[in-house]
Ligand binder design. Structure first.
Ligand code: SAH
Length: 257
């Protein structure tokens, strides 16, 4: 594999963490999209328990807390993200309803049938869409909801360059009907799916990275790993603009039966 095509998983963890810590979001999304996905969920009260898995620094969790009642636990593998999550919660005076915990999505600290809603934006790919939906289901009450966003193909066929890129980055990327079928098979009623609009990638994700990349390259001038990482981020951005008609992020909302 050439350096240009190196996957994000092959870079130094701390470096990636530092880079994404300075961004408000660590994946494509927007407040409007979080609110839209939430509009399909009708079981929440002030007694509800909600988990946001792979919450990052909590960009979407703060929006969730402002528009949904109940207690929200954010879980992320990286302590630096959870520190920022809890700092952001206090800053917005949401600390009584929001708690960030360091933990892994393959070993969640919840009891069976404890949760009313499992939220996860741009993160379930870390364990895999099908595995995540299957394993997390037991933590939901019957009638509880899962809402996840996930990279998906819009078309059945696509150019080889983008097909190969995703095959290396996340081979589980699939078409929307196949993802919906996986959700149904895992024991949920597929309640809604919608494609995230392009501004979730451009305005809310790639554009803020331009300044972050410049600052990062300045700070780590001469550091080969940092330079390769930024080159790989830039390459990913270019591929998005070139091939965005073929893929994107899709929100999938399901109800446990
Ligand atoms: N939901 C946030 C972050 C998405 S990026 C947003 O939309 O902005 C994916 C997140 O998953 C990162 O914060 C990363 O630290 C986290 N992550 C990766 N592997 C994980 C694991 N095994 N368990 C929990 N979180 C994990």
């Amino acid at each position: 594999m050439s350096n240009e095509n190196k996957s994000i998983h092959e870079f130094d963890f701390n470096l990636i963490c530092e880079y994404f810590s300075i961004l408000e979001r660590q994946g494509p999304g927007s407040p409007e999209v979080t609110i839209k996905a939430l509009s399909f969920i009708d079981n929440l009260t002030s007694e509800s328990s909600i988990a946001d898995i792979g919450c990052g620094t909590g960009g979407q969790t703060m929006v969730l807390a402002q528009h949904a009642p109940g207690q929200i636990t954010g879980i992320d593998l990286f302590p630096a993200f959870i520190d920022l999550f809890n700092f952001n919660a206090r800053k917005q005076n949401l600390q009584d309803r929001l708690k960030g915990l360091v933990g892994s999505m393959d070993n969640l600290p919840f009891k069976n049938e404890e949760l009313d809603l499992i939220w996860s934006e741009g993160a379930i790919y870390n364990i895999g869409f099908e595995r995540g939906l299957n394993e997390w289901r037991k933590f939901l009450k019957t009638g509880g909801y899962v809402a996840v966003s996930e990279a998906s193909w819009f078309t059945i066929e696509r150019p080889a360059e983008i097909d190969e890129f995703w095959h290396d980055a996340y081979p589980e990327i699939d078409t929307i009907p196949n993802k919906v079928a996986q959700m149904q098979k895992a024991g949920y009623i597929p309640v809604a799916t919608f494609i995230l609009p392009e501004n979730c990638w451009t305005e809310h994700f790639y554009t803020p990275q331009v300044a972050a990349q410049e600052a990062f390259l300045k700070k780590y001038a001469g550091n080969k790993t940092a330079e390769e990482f930024i080159a790989s981020e830039k390459h990913e951005t270019q591929l998005y603009y070139k091939y965005k008609e073929y893929y994107g992020y899709v929100f999938y909302v399901g109800k446990k039966i």
